[in-house]
Every structure is written in structure tokens, then in C-alpha cells.
Design a protein around this ligand. Structure first.
Ligand code: FMN
Length: 359
């Protein structure tokens, strides 16, 4: 393998790992051959409760594939990704042949790969321009039938979906297991963030200073349980729902049936939309815990047992509301909000990609 090929592959994979992943889990490693790259997934890095069918991990790999494809084109290759539908850790192989380049939109998307960041600030209520809506829904970005992107823009529907989505906060602050899970993913150290560690750095949550202080106490279940008894989780969920509904739109990537390839395509589509809106100076935040939790409790009795009957009912009802606002025939895979905001206070870093060169 010559050095120039290795250098190009490193560029491609550095772009790949700039992709989003649940709690910045970075659930990937790569094996490089002459003219091809294997994408291996590491689902053990994602929490099983939020990873039914390894969906979260596969979405992250899909997003990484999308970035890699754009960077491969910039490096002069024509990438061709083949999904591995069987078992095994290698979920996709990207073949690289010569003669590739980027069209104008792909060029803008590639430039946004390292500028794309989760933005959890409040967004301004500025409607999407017609041009932006049409580009998001165009064949190049998200115009496929499966998975399919729904944009929710009417105020009434946004408020309803927003409240359903924040059932997640309500559950995370009121249920001991969910509470432990949520707080174990948050860290307070800037050094850990800069080192690209897995988890959520507190400053990226964009909490107002008094709430940040409260978070120190909230991580203790006794304190959270006391606040729960006086209705605090509902209050947080309502406040967050109001803030999220002030976005320009909710996006929902959906499919009638969920297979391994559906999750990978969902990740690719998510990343295309995100890069496109980032290139136009818009912000995006994934707000999807509830869709993952709902699928997990519907299909996995062990997860269902972690919640009281009342909590389960609440989560199922939220999922039903989301479905009603898209199409009952489609499962909502991942939800996000798009809008206008100032830049995030702090961004999340990555570890260098783990690459094995098979000379
Ligand atoms: C499958 C998946 C689920 C996610 N769920 C959420 C979520 O519910 N809320 C949220 O704020 N971010 C969510 N994220 C965003 C990640 O936390 C974020 O991508 C990661 O911390 C890296 O930060 P970055 O996007 O700024 O690069 C999710 C990302 C993925 C891929």
C-alpha cells in the first residue's frame, strides 16, 4: 500500500469519524485494503436500552459512510458502498475506484463536515425558506421512499410532537434506571471533551447557569426522586417542549419496516440533511430518545420491566402521537429539530479513527 493512498484514506476516515453518534459513542473501526475500506461497528459502545436492533449504532455508521463518501470524492475516488446484510461486525465495504469528483451541492456539504455540530440552544421561529425545504426534500438529499423524511412545520403539529418527544426528559428524571443512565453519560471535564471521550460534556447541553448548578445535585437519585414527587420532571418536559417547538421544523426519518440497511440509509440521510443545513448556517439537534426507548419497550420485555406500567403507557402514548403526526404506516426512526440560532457554546471532539491497514 503506498503512502499517498494511506494518507488519502486517513483523510477519508477523519471525515468519517466527524459524524454524529449517540452520546458521542463513536461506535466504529476500519480495516483498509487496496481499493476498499471495511466499516466495522462496535454496538457494545451504545447502551442496549436505546439501541434496539443496534439501530443507533447503525445510524452512526451510516452517517460516517456519508462523510467518507464525500471526502473520497474530494480525494478523486468514486466510492461505492455495499452493505453487508448478514451478521458479523463488518456492516459495509466502501470500494474506491478512480475518477470521482463532487458536484456543487456535494462540495458545500463536504465543507460542512467539520462545521456540523449539535446545537442544543433555543432556536428562533423563522420558517424554512421554500428553497431550503425543496432542497432538503430533493432526490439528492432525502427524496427517497424508504427511508422517508417527513418535515413537520405547522405550529399545532410541532407543539404536539415536541411534547411527545420530551416524554424522554420526564422519564429520565422520574425513573431510577433511566436517571442513572442519563447522568452516567454526562461529564464535567473540558479535558475529557478535548480528548474526544464518549459521553456528553455538560457545556454542550446549553443549560442556563442556575440549571447547570442544579444538575450537580440532580445526578443524585435521592434528590431527583424528591423533585420528582413535586412534579419537576413534568415541568422540565413542558419547558423543553416549548423551547423545541420554537424551531423552524421537525424532521422525522421513517420507514415502513426497519432492517439493517434501513438504519444505515437513515444515518446517511440524516447526515446529508445536517450537512446541507449546516452549510446554509442553520442549526440542528437530534431529539430522539423517546423513539428509541419506545421501540425497545415494545419489542424487548426486559426493557419494558425497567419502567412502571404507567411510565410504559406514557412512552407508548408518546410514540403513537408521533406516528399520528407522520403516517401510521411508518415507524419514526429518528427525530430532529432544525432552526436558526447562534453558534453552540462548546462543541464535541473525536478520538482519531482506529484504522488497520491490511498490507
Ligand atoms: C442515533 C443518535 C441518537 C442521538 N440522540 C440524541 C438525542 O436524543 N438528543 C441529543 O441532544 N443528541 C442526540 N444525538 C447527538 C449526539 O449526542 C451527538 O452527535 C454527539 O454527542 C456528537 O456531537 P456532535 O453532533 O456535535 O458532533 C444522537 C446522535 C445519534 C447518532
Amino acid at each position: 500500500m503506498d503512502t499517498s493512498y494511506k494518507e488519502k484514506v486517513k483523510k477519508i476516515l477523519t471525515a468519517a469519524v466527524a459524524a454524529p453518534s449517540g452520546d458521542n459513542s463513536q461506535p466504529w473501526r476500519f480495516v483498509v485494503h487496496d481499493n476498499s475500506i471495511e466499516f466495522h461497528y462496535l454496538p457494545e459502545r451504545d447502551n442496549p436500552i436505546f439501541n434496539y436492533e443496534k439501530g443507533g449504532t447503525l445510524i452512526a455508521i451510516g452517517a460516517a459512510l456519508q462523510n467518507a463518501e464525500l471526502e473520497a470524492r474530494a480525494q478523486g475516488y468514486t466510492p461505492n458502498a455495499i452493505f453487508n446484510e448478514g451478521g458479523g461486525s463488518c456492516v459495509a465495504v466502501m470500494r474506491l475506484t478512480g475518477g470521482g469528483n463532487l458536484n456543487v451541492i456535494q462540495g458545500h456539504m463536504r465543507e460542512a463536515i467539520f462545521k456540523r455540530h449539535t446545537n442544543r440552544r433555543a432556536y428562533e421561529k423563522i420558517p424554512l425558506s421554500r428553497e431550503m425545504r425543496e432542497t432538503i426534500l430533493s432526490p439528492l438529499i432525502s427524496g427517497s421512499a424508504d427511508p422517508k423524511l417527513f418535515l413537520i412545520e405547522s405550529q399545532e403539529a410541532m407543539e404536539e410532537v415536541s411534547r411527545a418527544l420530551t416524554t424522554m426528559e420526564e422519564t429520565a428524571l422520574g425513573n431510577q434506571t433511566m436517571h442513572k443512565l442519563f447522568f452516567s453519560s454526562i461529564f464535567w471535564s473540558e479535558t475529557r471533551n478535548r480528548a474526544g471521550e464518549q459521553g456528553l460534556y455538560i457545556k454542550t447541553l446549553e443549560l442556563p447557569p442556575p440549571v447547570q448548578a442544579l444538575f450537580w445535585l440532580l445526578k443524585y437519585w435521592h434528590f431527583a426522586r424528591f423533585l420528582s414527587s413535586v412534579g419537576f420532571p413534568k415541568f422540565v418536559a413542558r419547558t423543553n417542549a416549548q423551547q423545541n417547538a420554537s424551531a423552524s421544523a421537525f424532521g422525522m426519518i421513517t420507514a415502513p419496516q426497519l432492517r439493517r440497511v434501513t438504519y444505515l440509509e437513515t444515518g446517511k440521510m440524516l447526515e446529508r440533511v445536517w450537512l446541507l443545513v449546516a452549510a446554509q448556517g442553520l442549526s440542528l439537534q437530534i431529539v430522539t430518545g423517546i423513539t428509541f426507548l419506545a421501540r425497545s419497550i415494545i419489542h424487548n420485555p426486559d426493557t419494558a420491566l425497567l419502567l412502571s406500567d404507567e411510565e410504559q403507557e406514557h412512552v407508548r402514548a408518546a410514540y403513537a402521537i408521533i406516528k399520528r403526526n407522520i403516517d401510521e404506516e411508518y415507524e419514526p426512526i429518528i427525530a430532529f429539530r432544525i432552526g436558526t440560532s447562534s453558534a453552540p457554546t462548546e462543541v464535541t471532539y473525536r478520538r482519531a479513527p482506529e484504522i488497520t491497514f491490511e498490507d
